[in-house]
Design a protein around this ligand. Structure first.
Ligand code: 9MG
Length: 277
């Protein structure tokens, strides 16, 4: 199956796995210590990721790490809009990482071509905001909210519950006129999940891919990798590469990562090996 994701003025060919570079424009982002809060430094970091082979850049102004405090709309807009505007002007495919309808609308007006919502467009007005644009939408599963999501999450069958939730959200999007070729699903590794849940979701990724929607996986530097390796966020490159390849091998078509250059190389090698089969 060859899929093209319709993202505003861009069409993202998903006949091979794609890499989304993470750009946190926050003072408290969990794995880079907020180093890219400064606007010019954020833009330089984004340009470096694009030069390293990122296919799209995900710009976020509100940290979603466990326990993170909420950011008000005005602050989030002030952080992300100038960065999105400049990157879009330079021709980049830009995604906005937000839960807020007003930020979605402003980001797309500034040139964002994808809305990445860890809350799967559940805030009042979010579905309508996304539907009023021509951007792609990434619907992520999250149990609870970032502040409390790691407080004893529990599931019956995590893979089935996550898949059913995401398909239901995709259907809600389609009912409001968001075409199927604009929708991406994401199981939300680390968002209200234990290590065992994350591993079960990774193993079951082919079942999510079998829904026919493209799947995005975000495992880069996450605490599950720290739990397995005993390493802090800045030392999780090897674990992140292993996880990205495991996700791609199980059907993920987009991986969301901090370490673009290394991930692009790893996927190139993995793809070259697969071509002989
Ligand atoms: C913003 N953000 C943090 N982790 C993420 C993940 O795993 N997926 C998506 N779509 N967004 C994420």
């Amino acid at each position: 199956m060859t899929t093209t994701l319709a993202c505003g003025r861009h069409a993202l060919d998903l006949s091979r796995p794609r890499v989304m570079g993470i750009l946190n424009v926050t003072p408290d982002s969990f794995s880079d210590g907020g180093r890219f809060f400064d606007r010019e430094r954020a833009l330089d970091q984004a340009r470096r990721m694009l030069a390293d082979g990122a296919d799209l850049i995900d710009v976020g102004g509100e940290s979603t790490r466990p326990g993170a405090a909420a950011v008000d709309e005005a602050d989030e807009l002030a952080r992300v809009i100038p960065v999105i505007d400049e990157l879009a002007r330079e021709g980049a495919l830009v995604s906005v990482d937000t839960m807020k309808p007003a930020v979605m609308r402003a980001a797309v007006a500034a040139g964002a071509a994808m809305i990445n919502d860890v809350n799967a467009l559940r805030l009042p007005g979010a579905l309508e905001a996304a539907a009023s644009t021509d951007a792609a939408v990434c619907l992520m599963h999250m149990r609870g909210e970032p502040r409390t999501m790691q407080d004893a999450p529990a599931y019956g069958d995590v893979a089935t519950e996550v898949r059913d939730f995401l398909v239901e959200r995709a259907q809600a999007c389609e009912a409001l006129g968001i075409a199927r070729d604009r929708i991406v699903l994401d199981p939300g590794f680390g968002f209200g999940k234990t290590l065992a849940h994350n591993l079960a979701l990774l193993r079951a990724l082919p079942e999510l891919a079998a829904t026919g929607y493209p799947v995005l996986a975000g495992l880069s530097r996450k605490s599950s990798l720290g739990a397995i390796t005993g390493r802090p966020p800045g030392e999780r490159l090897a674990g992140s590469l292993a996880a990205a390849l495991a996700a791609v091998a199980r059907g993920a078509l987009i991986v969301r990562v901090h370490d673009v250059r290394e991930t692009v190389d790893a996927i190139k090698v993995w793809t070259a090996i697969g071509r002989d089969r």
